[in-house]
Design a protein. Sequence first.
Length: 283
Amino acid sequence: MLKAVQILGCSSGLTIVSQRLTKTRNSSSSTVSFLSSPLNLSTFSSSPRKTLCLNPTRMSSSSLPGSDPVPKSSAFVSVQSAGDVRKIKFCQWCGGTTKHEIPDGEEKLRAICTHCDKIAYQNPKMVVGCLIEHEEKVLLCKRNIQPSHGLWTLPAGYLEVGESAAEGAMRETWEEAGATVEVVSPFAQLDIPLIGQTYVIFLAKLKNLDFAPGPESLECRLFALDEIPFDSLAFSSIYVTLNLYLEDLKKGKLKFHYGTINKRPGSSPSDIRAFSLDYHLQP
């Protein structure tokens, strides 16, 4: 549920609702429960990395099902910061005006209060959500808010202070899809430096078939694996997650994935396929 304005890449976005589970719908508990039996998964193969015991790969969206070819580039563009520090005009603590300088011992431009001297640091946001499996189907929500109104996504949103990542994913699933779920295991962590977000997606199971769209969803539906609407997905992060999931199923073993989504320079924010998945690590 982030209602955040996407700067570029539009790889995430859903909006956070401050109401707790017990206040929005009748829910017995928001406690996280984990399944004891592990799931199977696997993906793209490459040479092992001994220090991390993971397999690093780099791929573009063109290597994923249903993608348009992406021109190869000899240069890799790395965006160091998603935030524009010069937009911070006033101190969040005392309200004083700020100056923009590189503090001693640091390397980045910061907003520094001219009254209390405090420095405003910009940190990434964590987005948490669930990839919900049920009888070889996955649960998707059609968004009722911008950005990407009317497109499909996994139930996900910003993590709130005071909850774990798994608790936040369960809460977002409840708020967006009215579904109570059982968290199985973490499936993917996807960093999106360009917009300052990190996605953490959990595999989950429905506790029952009672689900319905929340205020920020137009529709919730279970899709068969061969009917997933890849041409109508909301964000690159969801596109990557679902493709990794399908690739793992083909290999017969589910794995945990880490990667960095980098949008292709000059691409439109609405083009969810204009990206590369870099530093793709897996067991």
